[in-house]
Write a new protein. Structure first.
Lengths: 251, 316
C-alpha cells in the first residue's frame, strides 16, 4: 500500500507540475462557459428554443461531453507520454512491480477527472444560472443533480479509458485522433444513424445517458445501467492495457 | 560543481549475470552471457555498438524479460529487492525526462515515487552541479546537463549499486574528468559501479576492471592491466621456424608462423619462451614482446574474426 500511495502522490505531482493538465482544465472550463453563454445568446432566435424552456436548458447543460473529451485526451497523454518521453523508465525503476504503476496512474487520473468535471460542469451550470437570472428566470428546468453526478462519473471514467488507450497504443497523437474520432464520429454519427439501438450500448451512448439531458429524459439506458456499461468498457480496456504494461519490455 | 560528500559505506553488493539470453524476434541480442561485478571497483562494461550492453543492463534492471538465464543483485532479481531504487541507482538514457518539467520537479517526482525524502533532491542537485539550473525546464538542457540530471536521479536513493549506460556520452573534457572522479569516489566508498561504454579511450582511464562483450557473448573479463598482459605477444625471429615451433609445441606453448622467419606466441611468459628456444638450441635472431593497449585488445576481441573462446583473468 505504501508503494501505491507513493506512486499516486508522484502521479498527482506530475499533473500539477506539467502544463498539459492545467491547459486541459482551462480549455475545458472555458469551452463549457463559452458554450453556455452562446446558447443563452442564441436562445429564442433563428428557431432556437426560448431561454428558460426545458429544451433550451437541455442544450445549455450538455456539458458532460466536454468533460469526457477533455479527460479522454488527458488520460491518453498521461499514459502515452510516459513512453513518448521515456519517463516510463524511471517510473518502472521506482516501481518494478508494474501493476502498482497502473493502479497509481488510474487513481491519479481519476482524481484529475473529478476535479476537471466538477469545475467544468459547476462553472457551466453557474453560467447558465447567471444567464437565466439576468432574464429574471429563477427556475432551472433540468435534473441538474443527476447531470452533475453523471458528468463527473463519465468524465472520470473517460479519463481512465484514456489512460488505457494511451498504454495500448504506441503513438500518442494517433491514439488521441483515433479515440476522439471514434467517440465523436464513428459512434456518435455513423453508428447512431445506422443502428441507433446499438449506439446506446456503446461508450458514447452510455456516456450520453449520463450527461445529455435529452438522453437522460428518454431513459434509453437508466443511469445505473449506463454507469455499468461505461465501467465495463473501462475495465475491459484497462485489463488489456495492464497486460501490455506488465509484459512489454520497456525500451 | 560540488565535492562529493562522504557517504556511508554501502553493502558490498554483487551483480551476477548467469547464462543470460535475450532475443528480439530472430535476433539474439545477448547469448548465454555470464559475468560478475564486485564492489569497491569501477567495472567497465565494454563492447561495440550493438554488442548487447544496453540489453543486458535492461534485463538486470527489470526493464526487459530474459529468454534464459538470470541477472541479479545479491542473488535477487531487481523487482524482488526490498527497496530497489534505494539499492540500485540506474542511469540508462539521458533523455528520460518530460521536457516541460524543471530539473527539481523531475527529481521530486522520482523521489516521491520511490519513497525517498524530498531533502535528498537538493543534495543530489548540488552533487551534480545543477543547483543553479534546478528551476529551468529540462527541454532546454544541454546533453551534458541531461547526463548530470540522469546521474542525479540515479544517486537519489544513495544506492549501493550504480549502473550507468554510456555516462560519458555528451560530456566535455571537464565533465568527463568530473564523472571519472565521481565514479572512482563512489567505488571507493564500497559501492558496486558498473559503467557501459563504447568510448575505449575514455573508459580505460575510468575503470579498474573490464567485461568485454561482442555479439552478445563474453569476449573477455578481468583487471585492465592483467588482461593486457595476458594478451601480449612474443615474436621470435629465427632461421629455423619449423624446429622452434616443434619445440614450443612440445612445451605446450601454442605458436603460429607470423612471417617466413618469425614465430608468434600469444599470452605466454617471454622468459619461458626464451628458455624453450635455448633448450632446443634454436638460433634466435630477435625476441620481442608486444603488449596490447586496451584499445588494441578491444578491437582484437570484438572483431568479427575474434576467437570464440572468452578471455578471462581472475582479479588480483
Amino acid at each position: 500500500m505504501t508503494a501505491i500511495a507513493n506512486l499516486t502522490r508522484a502521479e498527482l505531482r506530475k499533473l500539477v507540475a506539467s502544463r498539459t493538465y492545467l491547459i486541459g482544465l482551462t480549455l475545458s472550463v472555458g469551452v463549457a462557459v463559452v458554450s453556455v453563454a452562446l446558447d443563452a445568446v442564441v436562445a429564442g432566435k433563428n428557431g432556437q428554443p426560448a431561454l428558460g424552456t426545458a429544451a433550451s436548458t437541455n442544450q445549455m447543460l450538455k456539458l458532460g461531453v466536454v468533460c469526457c473529451v477533455a479527460m479522454l485526451v488527458l488520460g491518453i497523454i498521461g499514459s502515452g507520454s510516459e513512453y513518448k518521453h521515456k519517463t516510463i523508465i524511471p517510473a518502472v525503476l521506482a516501481a518494478p512491480r508494474r501493476g502498482t504503476l497502473v493502479v497509481a496512474k488510474v487513481i491519479g487520473i481519476a482524481v484529475a477527472g473529478v476535479v476537471l468535471s466538477v469545475l467544468t460542469f459547476g462553472l457551466g451550470l453557474a453560467t447558465a444560472a447567471a444567464e437565466l437570472s439576468a432574464h429574471h428566470l429563477r427556475h432551472l428546468p433540468a435534473d441538474t443533480g443527476t447531470l452533475f453526478a453523471g458528468s463527473v462519473i463519465a468524465g472520470t471514467l473517460f479519463g481512465v479509458i484514456g489512460v488505457a488507450v494511451g498504454y495500448i497504443t504506441r503513438s500518442t497523437v494517433a491514439a488521441v485522433v483515433g479515440a476522439v474520432g471514434w467517440v465523436l464520429f464513428v459512434e456518435t454519427i455513423i453508428v447512431r444513424n445506422v443502428a441507433p439501438h446499438l449506439a446506446n450500448w456503446l461508450v458514447s451512448g452510455a456516456a450520453a445517458a449520463l450527461t445529455d439531458p435529452g438522453a437522460l429524459a428518454s431513459r434509453a439506458l437508466t443511469p445505473a445501467t449506463a454507469v455499468a456499461v461505461l465501467s465495463g468498457y473501462t475495465v475491459l480496456l484497462l485489463a488489456v492495457a495492464s497486460r501490455l504494461v506488465l509484459r512489454r519490455d520497456v525500451a | 560543481m560540488t565535492d562529493v560528500p562522504v557517504s556511508r559505506l554501502k553493502g558490498q553488493l554483487m551483480i551476477t549475470v548467469e547464462r543470460l539470453t535475450k532475443r528480439y524476434g530472430t535476433v539474439t541480442a545477448v547469448d548465454g552471457l555470464s559475468f560478475e561485478v564486485g564492489p569497491g571497483r569501477v567495472t567497465g562494461f565494454l563492447g561495440p555498438n550493438g554488442a548487447g550492453k544496453t540489453t543486458t543492463l535492461r534485463v538486470l534492471l527489470g526493464l526487459a524479460a530474459p529468454d534464459g538465464g538470470s541477472a541479479t543483485i545479491e542473488g535477487r532479481r531487481y523487482r524482488d529487492l526490498p527497496n530497489p531504487a534505494q539499492t540500485v541507482g540506474a542511469a540508462l538514457e539521458n533523455d528520460c525526462f518530460h521536457p516541460g518539467r524543471s530539473a527539481v520537479e523531475h527529481l521530486r517526482v522520482v523521489a516521491t515515487a520511490a519513497g525517498i525524502p524530498r531533502s535528498r533532491v537538493a543534495q543530489v542537485l548540488g552533487l551534480v552541479g545543477l543547483t543553479e539550473a534546478r528551476h529551468r525546464r529540462v527541454g532546454g538542457f544541454s546533453l551534458g546537463m541531461r547526463q548530470r540530471l540522469t546521474l542525479a536521479g540515479a544517486l537519489l536513493g544513495d544506492p549501493g549499486v550504480l549502473v550507468m549506460d554510456e555516462p560519458l556520452n555528451g560530456l566535455d573534457p571537464d565533465g568527463i574528468r568530473w564523472m571519472r572522479d565521481l565514479l572512482r569516489h563512489l567505488a571507493a566508498e564500497g559501492r558496486t559501479v558498473l559503467v557501459s561504454s563504447h568510448l575505449l579511450a575514455e573508459a580505460v582511464q575510468t575503470v579498474d576492471v573490464v567485461v568485454v562483450i561482442n555479439h552478445g557473448q563474453l569476449a573477455a573479463q578481468g583487471p585492465v592491466a592483467e588482461l593486457a598482459a595476458v594478451t601480449s605477444t612474443t615474436r621470435i625471429r629465427t632461421p629455423d621456424t619449423a624446429r622452434l615451433m616443434d619445440a614450443l609445441d612440445g612445451d605446450g606453448i601454442p605458436a603460429r608462423l607470423a612471417e617466413a622467419d618469425t614465430v608468434e606466441v600469444r599470452g605466454a611468459d617471454p622468459d619461458r619462451v626464451a628458455r624453450t628456444d635455448a633448450a632446443a638450441s634454436v638460433t634466435v635472431l630477435e625476441l620481442t614482446r608486444h603488449t596490447e593497449n586496451l584499445e588494441e585488445l578491444f578491437f582484437d576481441l570484438t572483431s568479427d574474426h575474434a576467437n570464440d573462446r572468452a578471455l578471462e583473468v581472475s582479479p588480483s
